[in-house]
Design a protein around this ligand. Structure first.
Ligand code: C2O
Ligand code: CU
Ligand code: CU
Length: 455
């Protein structure tokens, strides 16, 4: 597969069923640097049963968007409205959440604070204008162990208002499947694992393929968008055989630095920049620990070799004022607990266990924040398992850890390693009631979640 940027843009909207071609993709690939699209950029997404092949030669009956896996990669543009119609053809209610987008709460897809569940047979239209560019993703926010676990996850790319000019732009969606040899699903959650690191799958995939190989043109500037869309797994990523730079974390540009390995928890994203070596035939590999996830082969050049990577412009995220920020402390804890129905609730935030979505009530409220004020949160992991902690509706600045040197950056998800304390700060500028939770889906489902109100 050759992934020259124009071909990729054209095909990006065409995976899955044919009809979800976004309007923007109907424009000729832009040669000018200025966006001319006014939008809205429209998509239709059908959530329903899907057949796809992950293991060679056997079919998996899962759930998917528009009938297959991987889901269509949605492509928007910073500052341009999007309109996405969700058609629910599942046999249970669902919603869609746009992970990482700083948009109004009524479009955030959390049942309760955002909207009523979308019932089977119903359609719900999401409309928003993404303020930030970068790599995001979308997934339901109901019955997530099953709905995400069986395949309802997809990539969402918001292009910069002005094209930074990479030659090749490639999304790598990481997933680890819980499959039996015949392609059927094994259990998505096993209690003894749910009480620990989460139930791991056994089958590593990238864009739904086992160990895919991608051809990259010699001398090209490449943007690799790595997305951990797994329910559980904290990937420990490296790229061997080529030099690369970390350009962005969770959509937000960082000052570029050499990529020497990074732990990407569930829900997190990392954009890497590569100047492809000018030697056709050379290969390099993306790895999780020793496991090769994807391979890249250098193809013949189709233009003179680039000498530098494009620079990504910052997103318009407000800088928190650390001098005046109000401090709050949150601990993430383990406890052997059950609810009235005997359901296990192993996890809590500062002793508070998330129960079920709350409609018009203050249940699960961890804190009330004053709009436009800066906050400095200390997040302490009092357990021996990593927790990727995610905040909806905002981007926070990751400041420091008591255990390791962090890259200061804006993010929507930060991984807390075992017994680690991390400080984050942000301006609570988006009014609403927002979820704050661990993105290991079983941890969230078993209590490790709560709400922050911004009023
Ligand atoms: Cu990926 Cu509550 O989100
Ligand atoms: Cu989210
Ligand atoms: Cu967790």
């Amino acid at each position: 597969m050759s992934l020259h940027r124009r071909q990729f843009l054209k095909s990006a909207g065409l995976t899955g069923l044919g009809f979800m071609l976004p309007l923007s993709a109907c424009q000729p690939a832009s040669t000018s640097k200025i966006a001319t699209v006014q939008g809205p950029i429209e998509y239709d997404l059908i959530a329903g049963p899907a057949h796809f092949q992950i293991l060679p030669g056997v079919t998996t009956q899962g759930l998917g968007f528009n009938g297959g896996f991987p889901a269509p990669v949605l492509r928007g543009r910073q500052g341009v409205p999007m309109r996405i119609r969700l058609h629910n053809q599942l046999n249970e209610p669902t919603t869609l959440h746009w992970h990482g987008l700083r948009i109004p709460v009524n479009m955030d897809g959390v049942p309760g604070p955002s909207q009523m569940p979308v019932q089977p047979g119903e359609t719900f239209t999401y409309e928003f204008t993404p303020p930030d560019a970068g790599t995001f993703w979308y997934h339901p926010h109901m019955n997530s162990t099953e709905q995400l676990g069986r395949g309802l996850v997809g990539g969402l790319i918001i292009d910069e208002a002005e094209d930074p000019g990479f030659d090749t732009d490639l999304l790598l969606l990481l997933r680890n499947w819980h499959l039996n040899a015949d392609g059927s699903f094994g259990p998505l959650s096993i209690k003894r694992y749910a009480a620990r690191q989460g139930t791991p799958g056994q089958t590593f995939s990238v864009n739904g393929q086992l160990l895919p190989e991608y051809a990259l043109p010699a001398g090209a500037s490449v943007r690799l968008r790595v997305l951990n869309a797994d329910n559980t797994w904290p990937y420990e990523l490296s790229l061997t055989g080529v030099d690369s730079q970390i350009l962005a974390l969770d959509a937000h540009p960082v000052s570029p630095r050499r990529f020497e390995g990074y732990q990407l928890g569930a829900g997190m994203r990392m954009d890497l920049g590569i100047l492809v070596p000018d030697r056709a035939g050379q290969t390099f590999e993306l790895k999780h620990r020793h496991q090769v996830l994807a391979r890249f082969r250098v193809d013949a050049a189709n233009q003179p070799a680039r000498t530098s990577l494009p620079i990504l412009p910052k997103n318009p995220v407000p800088e928190p004022d650390l001098a005046t920020a109000e401090r709050q402390f949150f601990s993430f804890e383990w406890d052997a607990a059950t609810d009235e129905q005997g359901r296990s609730l192993f996890w809590n935030i500062k002793g508070a266990v998330y129960q079920r979505p709350a409609f018009c009530s203050n249940a699960n409220l961890l804190a009330t924040l004053e709009r436009d004020k800066s906050y400095l949160f200390s997040l302490r992991n009092n357990t021996q398992y990593p927790h990727p902690i995610h905040l909806h509706g905002h981007a926070f600045k990751v400041l420091e850890s008591n255990k390791r040197t962090l890259i200061p950056h804006f993010a929507d998800t930060v991984i807390l390693q075992q017994h680690e304390q991390v400080r984050i700060a942000f301006v609570a500028d988006n009014p609403g009631v927002w979820m704050f939770h661990c993105h290991v889906i079983e941890h969230m489902a078993m209590g490790l979640a709560g709400m922050l109100a911004v009023i």
